[in-house]
Design a protein around this ligand. Sequence first.
Ligand SMILES: Cc1ncc(COP(=O)(O)O)c(C=O)c1O
Length: 283
Amino acid sequence: MQVYINGSFIPREEAMISAADRGFLFGDGIYEVIRVVEDRFVLADEHLARMDEGLRGLSIQLSSEIRNEILNIAKELIQRNDLTQGQASVYIQITRGAAWPRTHTYPDPKVQPTVYLSAASFKPHTGLHERGVDAITVPDVRWARCNLKTVNLLPNSMAKQRAAEAGVNSAVMIRDGVITESPNANIFGVKGGVLRTYPATNYILNGITRQAVLKIADELTIPVKLEPVNESELFELDELFFTGTTTDIQPVVNIDGKKIGSGKPGEICRMIQKRYDNLLAGR
Ligand SMILES: Cc1ncc(COP(=O)(O)O)c(C=O)c1O
């Protein structure tokens, strides 16, 4: 397996970063994950636009030469790792770079950002999409810049770990009495035929899949309210589902041991899944 790091394609085991890298010391960097289906990059422009937004948000300046090569590097990784058939995912991480001595302020003069890409084969969670998943509620203890896809994933990781220890698939995070998102996906609720999801503020990541689902809802003339679901309304919902690049459209049928709606994947989720599968397949 080969990865790309700072200008070179090398075996994964040989990839190294400096101990002074600000990604390592401060979590000072962003990442993206792009889905690849039969060598076709799904919603690549949208992912790269969000990556640019994240870099701007953190004032990390990537040279235009490297920026313009990112997609080609990702494509080459798919080729080099023999992933052109079936499904794969590409991981992109860019940090502010290595700076010595360790100080909180950004290095001045600027240093070269660290650019790392890897690719792996990917199996969609088809069984979970069919049956639906169980989840627990957890407090959303993340910071107030969740719109930036930074590598600071400890609160997300802790929430997923709690879910795993509770024997369920994932978690529904709650901030100020409303549902924000899952540790690695956005959340949509359905009540009386209306789709509801947290608006794209600084308290959620504006998922690329979330945006695709909003477009699909528009095409299917499903009414949408960009309003969060209150925790108190959770068990009055007809449906709830997660959306994400590696999650796809995943119905949630049980939370904290109680059924959501009928306890089975709902009709609106099924309609959206079908359309999203077509999008993934390039149809
Ligand atoms: C916190 C969080 N929300 C939402 C998402 C879904 O975003 P996307 O659809 O762009 O994968 C992710 C994906 O990693 C995530 O980490």
